[in-house]
Ligand binder design. Structure first.
Ligand code: HEM
Length: 366
């Protein structure tokens, strides 16, 4: 067998392939013989985004692998929490990074903008992979002149993006995991009946406080009471199978059973066994919010840079991005869950045997 060649000590620049990394900023304006100073910033910011997208996908794939099994071991939920926490921190950097690009003025952008046509961020494959792996569905996307959303991609890239659409997404896997939560049925203790009683008592107290408020006019009372009735209807939608969709709004929605489990996890998050699931759901809601914040921030930046012009990728530009920020949502239900929270003091108390099943097993020896 051939002996392995002795290698010198690992060198920093070789390890991170620095020459390749720093050698791939090709300014279109320079190719056209009129280099525009700010195009370097434009390229480097985009490249940085794509590197962070790669890291997000790396974390997301690990989380998907955890939830793909029919049983998700407790310790793996802890790992998933760490991965999702990292995604959230990366997103914060991505949102802040817009400030760096905005040091470029619209006039400076115009120096090279036309050289970019028809290239556009709309062709970012990694961005689409993140969306699809999270659970964005084709039917929920904005239509691009009746063309599929992959129409601006090369055939090879479109195939990668479409393949990711066919895999179970994080939304699907989390929904299945929530539906399998064993704590939805507590044996003899009917949690949902008790919870409903607590909700009814809370709503009755709300009605009474409006009716007895001497500072309100009759008209104001009627408006506020109508608000309480709308809340009551929303709660009824969570409890009753066959009722309306509990959470309205754009994007995907969990099945009623998954939503009930998510609600239970949030309400009883202080029980040790529910704490990690609670943190995971909170992080998924953060990921969703951060994506929306980035989309809004990006839309504002586009407005500042190009006003009401169309984008280099041929969409309506700012208007398209604004609508996408409003509509392209996956885990919006998790943020909306707080509509169904009741104060801890009003929560039905869990019977001791249920609590002990949810607790840590370790007992300090006496
Ligand atoms: C001067 C700065 C920028 C402007 C004016 C701008 C403008 C636009 C516009 C108008 C679109 C809509 C598609 C089109 O018609 O081209 C778009 C899409 C997009 N851009 Fe940017 N962009 C800028 C910077 C960035 C950066 C730094 C990123 C980071 C990767 C980025 C990522 C994206 C993505 C992912 C989309 C697709 C969004 C979607 O379909 O929901 N853009 N951009």
């Amino acid at each position: 067998m051939e002996k392995e060649k002795p290698r010198g000590p690992l060198y920093y620049a070789d390890y991170i392939q620095l020459d390749r990394l720093l050698g791939c900023q090709q300014m279109q304006s320079a190719l056209h013989g009129r280099p525009a100073h700010d195009e370097m910033l434009f390229i480097i910011v985009h490249q940085t985004y794509e590197l962070w997208f790669k890291q997000i996908l790396w974390e997301l794939d690990a989380v998907l692998a955890t939830f793909r099994g029919s049983r998700v071991p407790e310790e793996d939920v802890g790992e998933a929490v760490l991965h999702c926490g990292r995604i959230v921190e990366i997103q914060r950097v991505l949102i802040q990074q817009v400030d760096v690009l905005e040091t470029m003025t619209p006039l400076d952008f115009l120096d090279f903008r036309d050289d970019l046509i028809p290239a556009s961020g709309i062709q970012s494959v990694q961005f689409r992979l993140i969306e699809n792996k999270l659970g964005m569905r084709r039917g929920d996307r904005l239509q691009l002149h009746a063309a599929p959303y992959t129409s601006r991609l090369s055939d090879e890239d479109a195939a990668r993006v479409e393949a990711a659409e066919k895999e179970p997404s994080l939304f699907d896997l989390i929904e299945g995991w929530l539906e399998r939560t064993p704590f939805l049925n507590f044996g003899d203790f009917d949690f949902w009946r008790e919870y409903r009683r607590a909700v009814d008592a809370m709503l009755a107290a709300d009605r009474a406080s409006i009716l007895s408020n001497p500072t309100l006019t009759e008209e104001e009372k009627a408006t506020q009471l109508a608000g309480v009735e709308a809340t009551a209807r929303r709660f009824a939608d969570v409890f009753e199978p066959g009722a309306g969709q509990p959470v309205a709004g754009p994007g995907r929605h969990f099945s009623r059973r998954a939503l009930q489990a998510a609600l239970l996890i949030n309400l009883y998050r202080d029980e040790p066994i529910l704490h990690l699931p609670f943190r995971l759901l909170a992080l998924l809601a953060d990921i969703e919010r951060n994506f929306t914040t980035w989309r809004q921030r990006h839309a504002q930046m586009a407005m500042r840079m190009i006003g009401s012009r169309i984008g280099t990728g041929g969409t309506s530009g700012h208007e398209y991005l604004d609508r996408a920020a409003e509509r392209h949502k996956v885990f919006a239900d998790l943020s909306a869950l707080s509509s169904f929270f009741i104060p801890r003091s009003a929560l039905p108390k869990l019977p001791p045997d249920v609590r002990s099943r949810m607790g840590f097993k370790f007992q300090t020896p006496r």
